[in-house]
Design a protein around this ligand. Sequence first.
Ligand code: IMP
Ligand code: MG
Length: 187
Amino acid sequence: MTALDFPYDFIGELLISQHQIQERVDSLGEQITKDYLHSEKLLLLGLLRGSVVFMTDLMRQIRRPLTLDFMSISSYSGSESTGFVRIDSDHKSNISGWDVILIDDIIDSGYTIHTIRKLLMDRNPKSLKVCTLLDKVERRQVDLQIDYCGFQIPDHFVVGYGLDIDEKGRNLPYIASVDLEKYRQNK
Ligand code: IMP
Ligand code: MG
């Protein structure tokens, strides 16, 4: 499959193929299965909407009983961070006593995870780990521990496999860079 199979005119380069993603998600699932062998209260907490594709694939590779919950967060507009994190919708379950894995699509400055992590710690989970599909490590502004990471990527704005630019591109089955010049021209 080529990028041309999808009608988006802003796709730059293909960075991570569908096959590479699948292999990495399988091994993350195996690792999490091992790490939580003794947990009976495992909760995957996904940040909407970017983490949805990753989370639904990952959960099927975790061979443990688990439950799901979600928080809806806004921090980005287009390809620019707005610099603050807004909670549009909070998680519904009580996380006190649960082993929580916070799941996001990509970590950039780190502010989102840093802010949400602090908030969740006040809610007394038994444990709290962070799992991200992608990490733009050179953009980091705050010190963060990331427990599970799919891929470290260079500083490109990317779309696909759940990630978007202004809500577009989430349905691409691979990760591609955005050609920002083309995107701005055709906006
Ligand atoms: P942070 O707070 O700067 O770490 O931003 C993290 C959030 O920004 C992610 O959850 C994404 O929603 C969004 N984001 C950052 N970089 C990208 C990108 O390259 N493509 C799509 N979304 C991104
Ligand atoms: Mg996000």
